[in-house]
Design a protein around this ligand. Structure first.
Ligand code: 5RP
Length: 224
């Protein structure tokens, strides 16, 4: 399977949704990259649109592709487009594999429309681990214990040199290895209630549309 072709197809389809004058949330990761490149091409061809980046990598990519960037303001965004690690049939999503989940959730939540772009390998019947979470460093061992009481082993992410990985917000990242997430809403509520958890990678009821790219270049359009 040509995963890159599938990601490319989904990114191109999402870029076609951007209308003149829109303010757009720009996601992070290898699928969002194709969206940003395609949007940059449309801007070069005369489309007026601007973006809010969800990570420094996305900021750099958007700058390379002539997408004007701005801060997130109170008026929010018209559209946000981002990749995902898993998507279920109800368009619930697990995100954060790239460690940008907090900014990604702020940007998706600020957008009137949130569109997720994936290749077919991300489509699942039921969500499961690894579920990314962002954690405050203070008291992290206690927070990990509280997280594990929700039904999964949690592991702090490490950088290649063995040091603990930090998000761009300066916090720690961990992944919960849930064998299955039978009630995503109950789990999201439980995680959000834990002191020390900045946010988690369950994006529930946020995506209005999921574009699933296939390696033959076609795109399945799933709408809620
Ligand atoms: C980053 C994310 C990414 O969108 C997610 O990990 C998917 O990445 P990719 O498109 O590279 O598979 O949530 O925090």
């Amino acid at each position: 399977m040509d995963v890159e072709a599938a990601k490319h197809a989904a990114g191109e389809a999402a870029a076609a949704l951007v209308e003149d004058g829109m303010r757009v949330g720009l996601g992070t990761g290898s699928t969002a990259r194709w969206f940003i490149i395609a949007l940059g091409r449309r801007i070069d061809a005369g489309l007026r649109a601007s973006g809010v980046a969800t990570s420094y990598a996305t900021q750099r990519l958007a700058e390379e592709h002539s997408i004007p960037l701005h801060e997130l303001t109170r008026s929010g965004l018209d559209l946000a487009v981002d990749g995902a690690d898993q998507v279920d049939a109800a368009l619930n999503v697990v995100k954060g594999g790239g460690g940008a989940l907090v900014r990604e959730k702020i940007v998706a939540g600020a957008a009137r429309r949130f569109v997720v772009i994936v290749d077919e390998s991300k489509s699942v019947t039921h969500l499961s681990g690894p579920l990314p979470v962002e954690l405050l460093g203070f008291g992290v061992e206690h927070t990990l214990g509280a997280l594990e009481a929700t039904g999964a082993r949690f592991f702090l992410r490490e950088a290649p040199d063995g040091s603990l990985e930090h998000s761009e917000n300066g916090n720690l990242l961990a992944d919960g290895l849930y064998p299955a997430i039978s009630d995503p809403h109950a789990l999201a509520d439980a995680l959000a209630a834990l002191p020390g958890v900045v946010d988690h990678g369950l994006f529930l009821g946020m995506a209005e549309r999921v574009l699933v790219g296939r390696d033959d270049g076609t795109v399945e359009d799933r709408t809620r």
